[in-house]
Design a protein around this ligand. Sequence first.
Ligand code: EPU
Length: 356
Amino acid sequence: MPVETGTQMPAQRVDMGGYTLTENASLAALNTMRVAARASLLADIRDAARLPELLDFPALRHRPLLVLGEGSNMLFTGDFDGTVVLMSTRGVQLESEGDRARIAVAAGERWDDFVRWTLGQGYAGLENLILIPGTVGAAPIQNIGAYGCEVAEFVESVEAWDIRERRVVMLDHATCAFGYRDSLFKREAGRYIVTAVRFVLPRNRPLRTDYAGIEDELRRMGVDRPAPYHVAEAVARLRTRKLPDPAVIGNAGSFFKNPLVDAALADALRREHPGLPVWPQPDGRCKVSAAWMIESAGFKGFREGDAGVSNRHALVLVNHGAATGPQLWALAQQVMRGVHAKFGVQLEPEPVVIGV
Ligand code: EPU
């Protein structure tokens, strides 16, 4: 049932109990690209049960809505003329234990804290996903992945507020329709606010160490019979070396997805560019390395004012200081044009780009 509060929108900054409202709020500290932007209203949610009441404010009902976790996968190209909902809910609940644990986690928990907690409890599965920035609630939306693993494999269900139906829904794994950096939540953008994620994690599971340097790193660490936490440490070392730290330099991780192309185009590309990494997919298509193409097109380390392509990893756009959202977006488009001109492949941005 809709809750009719009849409350008028408060001005400035008001603590409403389970959430805080701020008018004309700065988003600069709430996005890891560190670009300046403002939201007409910022609602910082500490209690997900209060979402229905908040969304029912007459002033909010027909305005655009944007949900933020850590803002680690987002580029603002302008102010947001609507309500930004910041999910700050906390809580990790071990629902059942045994060979497999069922764990319900509030959307606002930090992903990396949760991964470390599972490893500390002796559960396996998330070790390759250590150090990924962002919140637990954001993880299923883009089906975060790294080092040969994707979070989808461990997601049993997602609890969300369905804005259209105005009710809490529990979406099971199949309904979430996970794909490469994709899910129902991306395809039906704007419909759901993820409030909690339920994971199932085994105590024992074959480790995934065949991907990009993990085995070499384990050898360097002197580990010959790795446990999940060894793999996590190896991945953490690899990531720290390769990816710029958003706490040090503004960035949103990979700015482009690895494009999926059909087998014929993949063959042609491979013939013309023998060094290009190509990963065949179960559906017959091939994923090709965006980083390799960007580097080969001459963009690695390229800089236009304070907007740049990382010199450590060609997939990452960085803010060297005072780059604006439009400047970073202009650079992204320049990279896309350059790769298209050289390879005939259209890159797609991986983060959500707001305002274009
Ligand atoms: N490469 C280059 N130049 C570079 C970097 C990489 O040519 O500057 C080539 C190398 O040949 C390398 C290949 O690209 O073998 C793949 O590189 P990497 O292993 O770093 O992986 P990626 O495909 O570029 C993906 C994810 C990352 C994830 C890494 C590691 C996407 C869009 N990105 O990158 O995820 O950490 O694999 O598993 O799928 C993110 O999504 O924000 C993210 C960082």
